[in-house]
Design a protein around this ligand. Structure first.
Ligand code: SAH
Length: 250
């Protein structure tokens, strides 16, 4: 099994593949004026096993197109959707977020939690804008510096992982530059990293290692995630996911 296959196998049994919570998803939704009875066309890009797609589908009328690169995650999402709905208003689509087979101005709402970094925030907001109706909303969570300066160790770590990492002020400026108006912003609280993401992750380590007979690859996956958790506990006041909600200008 390759490292990538092993990482997918580790995350596919999880409700979330990144920090966040149902409450965060609903809070971000409250920064749009889309609640109400109008049926909405929603896309969830980098949906993983469907944490946000399932919440959106149960709180909005209309349909959710749930998009991810990896079919293993979409399969899990379909299973979860069938358990939750008799006729799931969710359609899965396997595609890469930088080459989306979507129509111009197709969506009222584009959602993306903890995933836009795969192509970079600025490229993502620029490309996805085409798929939003005028006045449609974009809601994305993105790793964000919480302070103007930070210790070198954490600065070096994140710049090696994701050189584009930035502060909320700069992200908001980019949104405005690319034709969006901000309607809401908040940082994910530590509970949205620990209770809903890292704690459930830690509880899966043992079983995952056993399943893979403690293979070198499986041990690497666990060690990498353990280091990520330790880093978060040491430096959490310097970074979080920022949730950006913005309306496409007409
Ligand atoms: N939104 C989910 C998953 C976040 S993890 C959650 O919050 O739980 C990031 C997701 O992006 C993963 O599911 C991963 O498979 C997906 N991904 C990575 N590269 C991608 C790409 N190029 N196109 C589409 N999805 C991608």
């Amino acid at each position: 099994m390759t490292l990538l296959e092993c990482i997918i196998d580790f995350h596919r049994t999880s409700e979330r593949q990144g920090p966040g919570s149902d409450e965060d998803t609903l809070k971000a939704l409250s920064f749009t004026d889309l609640a109400g009875n109008r049926p909405l066309a929603i896309a969830d890009i980098g949906c993983g096993t469907g944490a946000s797609a399932l919440i959106l589908a149960s709180h909005c009328r209309g349909s959710v197109t749930a998009i991810d690169l990896f079919p293993e995650f979409l399969e899990e999402l379909n299973t979860r959707a069938t358990l939750q709905f008799t006729d799931p208003p969710i359609k899965t689509l396997q595609a890469s977020m930088d080459d989306l087979p979507l129509q111009k101005e197709e969506f009222d709402l584009i959602w993306s939690e903890g995933a836009i970094y795969n192509i970079g925030f600025e490229k993502g907001i620029r490309q996805w804008k085409d798929f939003l109706k005028p006045g449609g909303y974009l809601a994305v969570s993105e790793i964000t510096w919480l302070t103007g300066t930070r210790p070198k160790a954490i600065e070096d770590f994140w710049t090696s992982q994701y050189p584009e990492i930035d502060t909320a002020a700069n992200r908001i400026r980019q949104l405005e530059y690319h034709g969006y108006s901000l309607t809401g912003y908040f940082n994910l609280a530590p509970e949205s990293w620990i209770n809903t993401y890292y704690d459930p992750m830690e509880s899966r380590f043992k079983e995952f290692l056993e399943k893979h007979d403690h293979s070198e690859t499986a041990r690497k996956v666990v060690e990498d995630h353990r280091s990520e958790i330790a880093l978060y506990h040491t430096y959490k006041k310097f970074y979080s996911y920022g949730f950006y909600v913005a309306r496409k200008d007409r």
